[in-house]
Structure formats: structure tokens, C-alpha cells
Design a protein around this ligand. Structure first.
Ligand SMILES: C[C@H](N)C(=O)N[C@H](CCC(=O)O)C(=O)O
Ligand SMILES: [Mg+2]
Length: 364
């Protein structure tokens, strides 16, 4: 099966409510959909959400990277030549990890379709269903409390609380949510790089002393401050997870060698696709560090790919694959099926995706 054509387009998907973090506010999610057509008439699907604030990737750069660099290098290649395809993705240009991820996901989808195997089985087939947390956006404490109560009513048992805007308010946010949901709901926090290392240690210790029972804190300090991240990890009892810091395979290697974090959030859009995410998971496993399967605000294409990886690999213990439930519409036919916190992996080959509705033209 050979790569014949690579098409790209854009979908706009409204959110159920604005998604707000210490880094950005989003009301309508955008996702670049990649479709790779094979000479045998099969289609593989991938996606790349433009997430300027995190990956630096935007509409024009994703389109340019795919059309100008990756397409000429990949047309005519055999889907079986995975190592060569990964080499092209990894060496054809610096950065552009979302574009690389989109193509990598579509190639894996075609590979699974060629051999009639669902990707989650290809990756290890540990389980066929997952439980995700739900993100509670950064808002006033009362609104976050209401959102948390509603999420628990919808069946979520783990919530990812966004913090990182005004330390005093953060304290109120966490207390309000913990008091509202009670002791049996898992709370994890994501500061999206907002704190200085000493600030982070102070506030996390206060939550420890106050018995807030926080499972983990994600990316408390700037992405490039590995020493600061290690400082926080070394000075609190709560587990610290690297997210924006764990961008490339090499970043993960450095973080693990430094013992700078307790856990890693693996996202395909940072890693540049499943092949690099697999390397990250293998390194984390060797270091005895468990991982989260994370996501951007993206369609079910990427969510299915990340869920397939997690469902295969034992070291991927936690799922933050809630984007599908944050979106008000689902333009993707096939892929994971979900009922709020529960994601069921498809048994159809590859990602089990047959098409995406409402894809419009994407100009460079
Ligand atoms: C959507 C997911 N639960 C999440 O919170 N991801 C963010 C970044 C997503 C974005 O800004 O698009 C994270 O883990 O930092
Ligand atoms: Mg995060």
C-alpha cells in the first residue's frame, strides 16, 4: 500500500463552554484534518489543532509544513516502511510537531487498516476502555465549584482543575472544589507554567497541610525551567507532572535523567506523533515513571490515537482525554465512542475512522 495523496482541511467545532487556562481562552476549537489516500483506495486520518500558545503551530505553518515539506517527501512511500517514514518526519524540518503528528497518526491509521488490526491492539491491547478526567476551566471559585459538581453528576470521578491565575484565588478555587465534591473525587491541578518554583512549593505545601488531597500538580513552572521543576518535585510530597516541559523525546530523557518530575504528560501534538510518544512511554517505563495520555483541544481523531496508545501501554496510567466531551459537536465518524468519562476503543482497523464532516478548505 503506497501513499498517493495527502489532503488537508479545517474544521471548526464549538465548545460547550469557554475553555480557560493560565495560557489561553478558547470558545471555538479548530482542528486541521489530514487525510492520506493510498493507491489501494484506503484513507488514513490525522489531525493537528493550531495551538499557538503551546506548540507554536498555527494554520499556515501546519499547512506549509505538510504541503511543502512532508508531502513531497512521502508521496510514493510504502506504508510498511514505517521506520523510513518516521525518519522523514523527524529529520525533514525542526519543530512543526503538530504537522508531523497529524501525518504520523494518518500513517498509523493506514497501517492498521492494511493489516486489519485496531491500533490499540497493535500497541499492546492492554484494555479496550479507558476512564478520562474532565478539565474544569479557570474561572471564579464559585463557577468552578458549580462546574465540578456538574461533572461529578455526569459520572466523572477525576477532575483536572486549572489554576495559575492569582495565588490567593487559586487557594479559594481548590478549597471550593474539594469542599463541593467531597473526599472521594480525585483532584489533579494544572498550573500551565504559571508559578515561580518557590511560589509553587509554598502553595502546594499549603494544600498538603490543609488536607486538600491533590493527586498531582501539572506543569507548575515555566516549560524551559527544568531546574525549577526539579526544585518543586524535590520539595513537596505531591506528585509533580511535566507537561509543557516534556515536549520532545530528548526533553523526556533529560527530565527523567534529572529526576525533575514524578510523572510525564504525553501528548501527540508535542511529541510529533505516535512513534515518538511510544519512545517516551518506553523511557518512562524504564525509569519507573508513569504517564498521562493528554490532549489539546482537538477532534476525536487525535483523541482516538492517544487513547489507542494508552490502551496499549501499561505505563500510561492516567487519561486526560476530555477534549471530545468539551466539544459541543462531534464531526468525526467512527473512532472512540464515549459517554462522558468512559472511552471505548473501536474494534475496526486502524483508528476505526471513516470520515470527518464539515471540513473546509485551508489556505496556507
Ligand atoms: C484539553 C486538556 N484537558 C488540557 O487541559 N490540555 C491542556 C492544554 C490544551 C490547550 O490549551 O489546548 C493542558 O494539559 O495543558
Ligand atoms: Mg497541562
Amino acid at each position: 500500500m503506497k501513499i498517493k495523496e495527502i489532503r488537508i482541511g479545517l474544521v471548526h467545532i464549538p465548545l460547550k463552554k469557554p475553555f480557560i487556562t493560565a495560557l489561553r481562552r478558547v470558545e471555538v476549537a479548530e482542528d486541521i484534518i489530514v487525510q492520506i489516500l493510498s493507491d489501494s483506495g484506503e484513507s488514513g486520518f490525522g489531525n493537528a489543532p493550531p495551538t499557538y500558545k503551546i506548540t507554536g503551530d498555527g494554520h499556515g505553518s501546519v499547512a506549509g509544513a505538510i504541503q511543502d515539506i512532508l508531502t513531497p517527501a512521502l508521496i510514493g512511500r510504502d506504508i510498511d516502511d514505517l521506520e523510513d517514514i518516521w525518519h522523514v518526519l523527524d529529520t525533514s524540518m525542526q519543530g512543526n510537531t503538530s504537522a508531523k503528528a497529524a501525518v504520523d497518526i494518518a500513517v498509523y491509521d493506514l497501517f492498521g487498516k492494511q493489516y486489519g488490526i485496531p491500533l490499540y491492539r497493535l500497541f499492546g491491547g492492554r484494555t479496550s476502555s479507558l476512564t478520562s478526567d474532565l478539565t474544569i476551566s479557570l474561572n471564579k471559585p464559585e463557577e468552578m465549584m458549580q462546574d465540578a459538581i456538574e461533572a461529578v453528576h455526569r459520572g466523572y470521578t477525576a477532575l483536572k482543575i486549572k489554576v495559575g491565575e492569582d495565588i490567593l484565588l487559586d487557594k479559594k478555587r481548590v478549597r471550593a472544589v474539594r469542599e463541593a465534591v467531597g473526599p472521594n473525587i480525585t483532584l489533579r491541578l494544572d498550573a500551565n507554567q504559571a508559578w515561580k518554583p518557590k511560589e509553587a512549593v509554598r502553595i502546594i505545601r499549603e494544600w498538603e497541610d490543609a488536607g486538600m488531597d491533590i493527586e498531582l500538580v501539572e506543569q507548575p513552572v515555566r516549560a524551559d525551567d527544568f531546574d525549577g521543576l526539579k526544585f518543586v518535585t524535590d520539595h513537596v510530597m505531591t506528585d509533580i507532572m511535566a507537561d509543557e516541559a516534556a515536549y520532545t523525546v530528548r526533553d523526556v530523557w533529560r527530565l527523567l535523567s534529572m529526576r525533575a518530575c514524578d510523572m510525564i504528560n504525553i501528548k501527540l501534538m508535542k511529541a510529533g506523533g505516535l512513534h515518538n510518544a511510544l519512545d517516551m512511554a518506553a523511557m518512562a517505563k524504564a525509569a519507573g515513571v508513569s504517564c498521562m495520555a493528554g490532549c489539546m483541544l482537538e477532534s476525536k481523531v487525535g483523541i482516538t490515537a492517544a487513547a489507542s496508545l494508552m490502551a496499549g501501554k501499561r505505563c500510561m496510567q492516567l487519561a486526560d482525554l476530555d477534549a471530545a466531551d468539551l466539544l459541543a459537536a462531534d464531526p468525526v465518524r467512527g473512532g472512540v465512542s464515549y459517554n462522558h468519562s468512559k472511552l471505548i476503543l473501536p474494534e475496526a482497523p486502524g483508528l476505526g475512522i471513516t470520515g470527518v464532516e464539515g471540513v473546509c478548505c485551508l489556505e496556507k
